[in-house]
Design a protein around this ligand. Structure first.
Ligand code: TRP
Length: 451
């Protein structure tokens, strides 16, 4: 079992891989539309508070126990607390990973179609109406979205199978900064569009009356989703971090990268929407409709569009790798399965569920549970319920059962890092984070139905 475990070569390696997991469609696709649907500016402030006050401590809790145990999400709890029922948290995380990948794969597939569209110059001359139409024509069709989804899952599986995550680490160290530069360029164009100020106002001027309690829950769910926490990805990654790396600074850096990209994602989208004269919401199609519009308004837009969607697919790929790694390392560690078998089994299940998610926009759009399509149901329940409760249990475990000395030791790598900060974080993990997450979770139940 041990020989399958590698170590990240350097601190930069950890940051690159964990940030590669965090930065993905959650930032560019999900954040803008969730923020848009929940009131913009006010949502953003709550989101930022959640990322740094709760998200970072949860990420650190995951890193700490993962590194201490040197196991997958389930095995970590089994090893650290053999008598307790904490392993259930690990198990829920593995289920969450599979469900997230199932709907994530649909959207990742869309990015591939948009690479194709960009290459064929299909956006040229299309206005907002035409762009929305072509988005819905594509997503409702019964074949191509499925093909792209399967291609994407297969690609992820191949990388995991080939054990070339190390290769991906190198590739993404180069490509992710490039995506970042591209995003900045698009942002510059976005904020200089006519009417841009209206969009920026929506994003940065909090209108507290538009924030509902459900919006607060969504902010917490989005923070967990975007940081890849609450289900064991970071536990699994923690197990690969070298013992002498202090954790605190690493987590803050990862969360900062992730948040900057999400903010820039929203800065691309909302001014463009205002420019197009559209409403501020827009659902899951938001970036796929607005970005092609902005590329048309940019010099060199044809090239920008191709590169952008290509790099967005790569960003999605580094995230899906981290998702697939969760069930795979579980099967390898706990069932002694070969990596090959574990990868095939996990990706088959994901494709099967992914078919339902993908068809939710077309053939199965009328098939709803609690008023939600399967795609929406997976998206909503994983981010807002499973990750939220996962995060809650993880901080309760680390705050109350793992031992403060153990935790501070892990955060500072035995005194190398900032001890005062580590102590503050251990207090947040023990009291503030569980109360904060608990209030949001319980409040949602009380206020009326969780879905
Ligand atoms: N954070 C990724 C994104 O923003 C998605 C993701 C990857 C994820 N691994 C995860 C979300 C683990 C939750 C848990 O696109």
């Amino acid at each position: 079992m041990k020989e399958n475990r590698g170590n990240f070569s350097s601190k930069l390696g950890v940051i690159a891989v964990a940030a590669g997991s965090a930065v993905g469609l959650g930032n560019i696709w999900r954040f803008p539309y969730i923020a848009g649907e929940n009131g913009g500016g006010a949502f953003l402030i709550v989101y930022l508070i959640f990322v740094f006050l709760i998200g970072v401590p949860v990420m650190l809790s995951e890193f700490a126990i993962g590194r201490k145990a040197g196991c997958n999400a389930y095995g970590t709890f089994k090893k650290l607390s053999p008598k307790g029922a904490w392993w259930l948290v690990g198990l829920m995380g593995i289920l969450a990973a599979i469900m997230i990948f199932s709907f994530y794969g649909t959207v990742a597939g869309w990015t591939l179609e948009y690479v194709k569209k960009a290459i064929c110059d299909e956006f040229a001359g299309q206005d907002l109406g035409a762009l929305s139409q072509s988005f819905s024509d594509f997503t409702t069709s019964p074949t191509m979205p499925l093909v792209w989804m399967v291609v994407f899952v297969a690609l992820t599986a191949l990388i995991i199978l080939g054990g070339v995550e190390k290769g991906i680490e190198k590739v993404s160290k180069f490509l992710m900064p490039l995506l970042f530069v591209l995003i900045i360029a698009v942002c510059i164009r976005a904020v200089t569009l006519p009417n841009a100020s209206k969009g920026l106002e929506f994003l940065f001027k909090p209108d507290w009356s538009s924030l509902t309690f459900k919006g607060v829950l969504m902010a917490l769910g989005q923070a967990a989703f975007s940081l890849s926490i609450g289900m064991g990805t970071m536990i699994t990654y923690g197990s690969y971090i070298k013992k002498d790396t202090p954790l605190t600074a690493t987590a803050i850096e990862i969360a900062s990268c992730d948040t900057i990209v999400a903010l820039l994602g929203a800065i691309m989208v909302f001014p463009t929407l205002a420019f197009l004269g559209a409403e501020s919401t827009g659902g899951p199609g938001l970036v796929f409709v607005t970005l092609p519009a902005i590329f048309q308004a940019m010099p060199g837009g044809y090239i920008f569009a191709i590169l952008f969607f290509l790099l967005l697919s790569v960003a999605a790929l580094t995230s899906t790798i981290s998702l697939l790694e969760v069930p795979v390392s579980f099967l390898v560690d706990e069932f002694n399965m070969s990596r090959r078998k574990a990868t095939l089994l996990s990706s088959s299940v994901i494709i099967l569920l992914g078919v339902f998610c993908t068809l939710s926009f077309g053939l199965l759009s009328d098939f709803t549970i609690f008023g939600k399509t399967i795609f929406d149901l997976f998206d909503y329940t994983t981010a807002n319920i499973m990750l939220t409760f996962g995060a809650l249990f993880i901080v309760i475990y680390v705050g109350w059962f793992f031992g403060r000395k153990n935790f501070v030791d892990e955060l500072t790598a035995g005194g190398r890092g900032n001890v005062v900060l580590a102590k503050i974080i251990s207090i947040i993990v023990k009291f503030i984070a569980p109360i904060g997450i608990g209030l949001v979770a319980i409040g949602t139940f009380v206020i009326g139905g969780i879905v």
